[in-house]
Design a protein around this ligand. Structure first.
Ligand SMILES: Cc1cc2nc3c(=O)[nH]c(=O)nc-3n(C[C@H](O)[C@H](O)[C@H](O)COP(=O)(O)OP(=O)(O)OC[C@H]3O[C@@H](n4cnc5c(N)ncnc54)[C@H](O)[C@@H]3O)c2cc1C
Length: 442
């Protein structure tokens, strides 16, 4: 049983230490009315609240735990100008006109994030030196070359790195080629969430942490939100609970597939080694199917992601997989001491596209970022704010993603079994690809 609000520890200490204190928040007490109530204080909910508050709309955010406690405070930290599907798949799925609008808007996602960071003075390790996507197989290389060419034709700062130059930029001889996309960057996601919260409060939003919402009903032409002993009425409600969605609205939980993502950090590395790894401080992922991120944190720690148990209760920290991969990637490291591990829930969708719903008049939800939510959820929040302000008439233009009907997955209960099988297939395929890669490494 997926019980995301009770089966994980707090966000990682390394992020919490690198973040400003949260704005003061109180659990909701009593009853009051607001124009818009937002449920969930991650990037989706906080961006919604910030955009509404900046527009002078009275907005309150209700968060079951603490600000940034969900996936937002646990993300790997890459701000990516892509969705999981490539531009060709987006055009096929949404058609030429809408598809192109989505491709372009997603590509501008990092602009939105870094512009908010600058404008609101958010201290979150923001570094826009780009992202490196390495080819772990010949097919992966062809995909990267196609993508790089597509963006170069649009004059975007994207380039292929080859051979010795590629090895130098990564600090490893493992990959023969990679694509460097300078539009992306890296942040401390937990600090970014807290920064968005501070900005929203500054513009007049009210945040209520430790306020789990138990139910939402339509009463006397308004939405009534039950938060235990306290409650809100609101003209519009935005559900921003993503992979942490419970039973708030029939079918919403069943419309996505929550899967665990895993993060690990080492102790600070010695000075002479840390400079050899990703010397320009891009983060690195590769074209394999399962998680593969690596980056250096500002204090010299190595941060890696690796695949682990996808479902079930919080697992015990298991460094073996990430340790083995890091040693193969950076042989110069020798033994490293892993210090912290954490997990968080990622909301997957069957086609890997995010979802924007109007569940009932004045009740909206945005979710399903498939592990690419820092920019996409920030963008979704901006669009949810537009809808909640009444952009409904011009809805098709008001949002990047179209408003679609809710589609619960009929086979939701057997998803873990299916995905466990699929993950095994991916794992074997990734291992074979990596074996071949190491045999041909320069
Ligand atoms: C390990 C990991 C690595 C990732 N790496 C990246 C990355 O590098 N780049 C990237 O772009 N994306 C990444 N992601 C994805 C990204 O973190 C998410 O897409 C994004 O944070 C989603 O934001 P959100 O606000 O929609 O949801 P969340 O941040 O999950 O927020 C939902 C909130 O709703 C609250 N909530 C739930 N139910 C209730 C209720 N009943 N009442 C009140 N509150 C409630 C929860 O407590 C939670 O705080 C990663 C995710 C994980 C887990």
């Amino acid at each position: 049983m997926h019980m995301p609000l009770s089966d994980q520890a707090s966000p990682p200490e390394v992020y919490v230490r690198g973040a400003p204190p949260p704005p003061p928040t109180q659990p909701l007490e009593g009853q009051r009315h607001v124009a818009v109530a937002v449920i969930g204080a991650g990037f989706t909910g906080l961006s919604t609240a910030l955009h509404l508050a900046e527009a002078g709309v009275e907005v309150a955010v209700l968060e079951a735990k603490e600000i940034g406690w969900g996936a937002s405070g646990r993300a790997f930290g890459q701000v990516v100008p892509y969705l999981k599907p490539g531009h060709e798949a987006i055009l096929r799925h949404y058609g030429a006109e809408r598809g192109q609008r989505i491709v372009d808007a997603v590509a501008e996602g990092p602009d939105l994030v870094f512009e908010l960071i600058m404008r609101h003075g958010i201290e979150c390790w923001a570094l826009r030196s780009g992202l490196i996507f390495a080819a772990h197989s010949p097919a992966g290389r062809r995909d990267l070359e196609r993508r790089t060419q597509y963006w170069q034709q649009r004059h975007a700062p994207v380039e292929m790195l080859e051979g010795a130059h590629c090895a130098e930029m990564i600090g490893s001889p493992l990959y023969p080629a990679a694509s460097l996309d300078r539009r992306g960057g890296n942040i401390n996601p937990f600090a970014y969430a807290r920064g968005l919260a501070h900005a929203a409060v500054k513009f007049g939003a009210t945040l209520h942490a430790r306020t789990p919402v138990r139910g939402i009903v339509r009463r006397d032409g308004r939405w009534a939100i039950d938060a235990g002993g306290a409650g809100l009425t609101a003209d519009n409600v935005v559900i921003a609970t993503n992979a942490y969605t419970g039973d708030l609205w029939p079918g919403l939980r069943e419309s996505i597939i929550p899967m665990r993502g895993h993060g690990f950090v080492t102790e600070p590395l010695s000075d002479n080694v840390r400079h050899t790894i990703l010397p320009e401080r891009q983060s690195l992922t590769d074209t394999r199917q399962l998680y593969s991120g690596v980056r250096m944190l500002p204090d010299g720690r190595l941060h890696g992601s690796a695949h682990g148990p996808s479902f079930g209760a919080e697992p015990r920290a298991d460094w073996r997989r990430v340790d083995a991969r890091i040693r193969r990637l950076f042989p110069q490291l020798g033994a490293v001491k892993w210090q912290q591990a954490w997990t968080g829930w990622v909301a997957m969708t069957t086609d890997h596209f995010p979802r924007l719903h109007e569940l009932a008049p004045g009740l909206y939800a945005g979710l399903g970022y498939n592990g690419r939510g820092i920019a996409a959820a920030t963008m979704m929040g901006r669009d949810l704010a537009a809808l909640a302000r009444g952009a409904r008439g011009a809805r098709d233009d008001a949002t990047v993603f179209p408003v679609t009907p809710l589609r619960p997955l009929g086979w939701h209960r057997i998803v873990p079994t299916l995905i466990r099988g699929l993950v095994q297939v991916y794992r074997v395929r990734d291992m074979v690809d990596e074996y071949r890669l190491r045999r041909t490494a320069v």
